[in-house]
Design a binder for this molecule. Structure first.
Ligand SMILES: [Zn+2]
Length: 142
């Protein structure tokens, strides 16, 4: 792969990441549909000549996506396929932004009553609780 291709592939990945992030933020905020992201994803499939291929494994039938274009950004295509799988699943309705305002992560809330607030209890959840606790302690002491 030439340096020029590497640079182009890198830029494509950064642009796609930003489009995914902004589309998800708009979806979370206003339940906006993600037309621009769907259009871009379909274009990635077209350019890479991605075809579904029906497979059989241990008597189970499933689709696998094959990339027919040799000269394409395979990492970008792999991300697009995974994104498509997420968008068509019911899990997409449970996508949330972490409640810690200094954290930029998104997560799928698979908790029973969908009340999870942080990307991770170990990092953001405990940090938030610790800061609330210390604020309370200061109020008691003053
Ligand atoms: Zn977080």
């Amino acid at each position: 792969m030439s340096k020029l291709d590497e640079d182009r592939y890198y830029l494509e990945l950064v642009e796609y990441r930003d489009l995914i992030k902004n589309s998800f933020f708009d979806y979370i905020k206003d339940k906006k549909t993600m037309e621009k992201l769907v259009e871009k994803t379909n274009n990635i499939f077209l350019e890479a000549k991605v075809y579904p291929s029906l497979k059989i494994k241990e008597e189970n039938y499933f689709f696998e996506y094959e990339i027919k274009e040799e000269k394409c950004n395979k990492l970008l295509v792999t991300i697009a396929i995974e994104l498509m799988n997420l968008l068509k699943s019911k899990d997409i309705q449970y996508i949330k932004r972490c409640n810690n305002h200094t954290c930029s992560l998104l997560f799928i809330d698979t908790s029973k009553n969908h009340s999870r607030r942080w990307c991770s209890m170990e990092t953001c959840g405990n940090r938030k609780k610790a800061s609330r606790f210390s604020k309370k302690q200061k109020e008691i002491l003053s």
